[in-house]
Design a protein around this ligand. Structure first.
Ligand SMILES: [Zn+2]
Length: 298
């Protein structure tokens, strides 16, 4: 790695460590694989209420995009509406926490900071060497996603996304297995974020126990206009999704059975980005975030 890259990485990490935004630091950032374990634990140890989960994926949302939503304690400036009352991330941060996480494997055994690798690590709880998605190939059939594990235990789960490769490559075998075993696990593809939001609403109003979906605005805007919180087109995508996610959380709270249910709500991102791409081991690409309505112990 060149000296310039080292300096860029260090400066970015320092920016992420500005006080008051994240509830951990870049030094103890959580591996993205922790998410499958959090979901698994949530369903394995019910507290008397019915466990449920809502996972709202922000594809390609960089860690520093959280600075758009949460004002740091290091900023001396004052202004109006720095924090929205209709922000999913701020609501989750107040209830649980907002954490720095990382994609791209452990430094000793790196993997691509890309969509297929990222979501497969998030959903299986293990890195590519173990789940098979170190390259862009189907997930190993003996390495279930947390959605499939839940479905095998009688829970109803949904995987909602837009990118065709999820369905034709990464989860191809798992989709076949779910159909063969008649598991209560559905995989559905949608045309865009609006159609996906509608599908989320339908599952929230229905009886699905674990709803997982991936919104594409940050990744799409990053590839077309550049990744990074300082690009207003990229920023707009992240901020609109934050508001959309808040609306979905309100729909959860409006369920007639809400008081009898224990909802775990998570917003993860799969990778960051730099320029108009991602996939590398640069910190811009590796650093991600997890917002959760329960504190996460690393
Ligand atoms: Zn991408």
């Amino acid at each position: 790695m060149g000296l310039f890259q080292k300096r860029r990485d260090a400066a970015y990490l320092q920016r992420l460590d500005t006080r008051g935004v994240f509830d951990n630091t870049t030094k103890n950032a959580l591996p993205q694989t922790i998410i499958a374990k959090i979901v698994q634990n949530h369903f394995a140890s019910p507290n008397g209420k019915t466990p449920k989960a809502l996972l709202i994926g922000f594809d390609g949302a960089r860690a520093d995009s959280m600075h758009l939503l949460v004002k740091s304690e290091d900023e001396a400036v004052t202004g109006k509406l720095f924090t929205s009352a209709y922000s999913a991330v701020n609501t989750l941060k107040a209830e649980g926490g907002l954490y720095l996480s990382f994609a791209g494997g452990v430094p000793e055994n790196p993997q691509e900071t890309s969509t297929a690798q990222g979501w497969a690590a998030i959903l299986t709880g293990v890195w590519g060497d173990d789940n098979g998605v170190k390259r862009h190939v189907p997930l190993k059939t003996d390495c279930p996603t947390v959605l499939r594990s839940l479905a095998e235990n009688g829970k109803k789960a949904a995987f909602l996304a837009e990118w065709a490769d999820h369905f034709t490559i990464t989860y191809k075998e798992e989709i076949r297995m779910a159909e063969e075993k008649k598991l209560p696990l559905c995989f559905r593809k949608y045309a865009d974020d609006a159609a996906l939001a509608q599908a989320f609403s339908e599952h929230i109003a229905g009886d699905t126990d674990c709803i997982f979906g991936i919104f594409e605005a940050p990744d799409y805007n990053g590839h077309t206009t550049g990744f990074g919180a300082r690009n207003y087109r990229y920023a707009a995508g992240v901020m609109h999704l934050d508001n959309l996610a808040y609306r979905l959380m309100e729909e959860v709270r409006a369920r007639p059975t809400y008081e009898k249910e224990d909802w775990l709500v998570l917003i993860p991102s799969d990778h960051g980005g730099h320029g108009r791409r991602h996939g590398t081991q640069q910190m811009y690409d590796r650093m991600t975030f997890i917002a959760c309505n329960q504190p996460i112990k690393g």
